[in-house]
Design a protein around this ligand. Structure first.
Ligand SMILES: [Cu+2]
Length: 197
């Protein structure tokens, strides 16, 4: 593929953004200014209460009912409920959801993600702006020692852009999560028909 074709593919992918995974959402959101965002949703989890890492400010699907299965990604990190939204032909973006749990003694700070099926994968976060859902890119995702981090509808998600192979319901594919120490964690996502996302 020459440079022009790559540029065109990128342009198409960007053009398709508002139409696809997040059609109701403004995808022109500025990048988050904070380089090391620590999720505020977790600030109330230090009181010894039962943990509930779901957000309650936006409609959600029950992702746990769609996919389960605990996947060990390393000695200290495991994933659950890892799903990706099926795509239709011509759509170049999609989203992925999963819950990560850090059973180790140190914070795991994820700084990148990649797949063989998309040209780019980013960490995104939904937020409300002028009564509309928008999203912004997060430079990093932190999973504190002993805690979980949920990518879930209405909250954080994996954003797949420049999809080169259609996400077909019933199939699976691997996502590689990369931390700031260059550890690579491979998680398998199950593709589901998630019409409401
Ligand atoms: Cu997004």
């Amino acid at each position: 593929m020459n440079q022009t074709r790559i540029a065109m593919a990128m342009a198409l992918a960007l053009t398709a953004l508002p139409l696809a995974a997040c059609d109701a959402h403004d995808h022109s959101a500025e990048k988050d200014a904070a380089p090391a965002h620590s999720p505020v949703e977790h600030s109330h989890h230090h009181h010894g209460e039962a943990h509930d890492h779901h957000h309650h400010d936006a409609p959600e699907l029950d992702l746990a009912s769609l996919a389960s299965g605990r996947q060990p990604l390393s000695d200290t990190l495991f994933a659950e409920h890892a799903v990706a939204k099926a795509t239709i032909p011509g759509i170049k973006v999609s989203a992925g959801y999963l819950t990560l749990t850090n059973t180790g003694q140190e914070t795991i700070r994820l700084v990148a993600a990649e797949t063989a099926l998309s040209q780019h994968t980013e960490f995104h976060r939904m937020f409300m702006r002028d009564n509309k859902m928008a999203m912004r890119k997060m430079e990093a995702i932190e999973i504190p020692a002993g805690e979980s981090f949920a990518f879930t509808t209405g909250g954080y998600h994996l954003m797949f852009m420049g999809i080169t192979t259609r996400f077909t319901a019933g199939e699976t594919f691997d996502v590689v999560l990369i931390d700031d120490k260059d550890n690579r964690y491979t998680v398998q996502l199950s593709v589901k028909q998630l019409d409401k996302l």
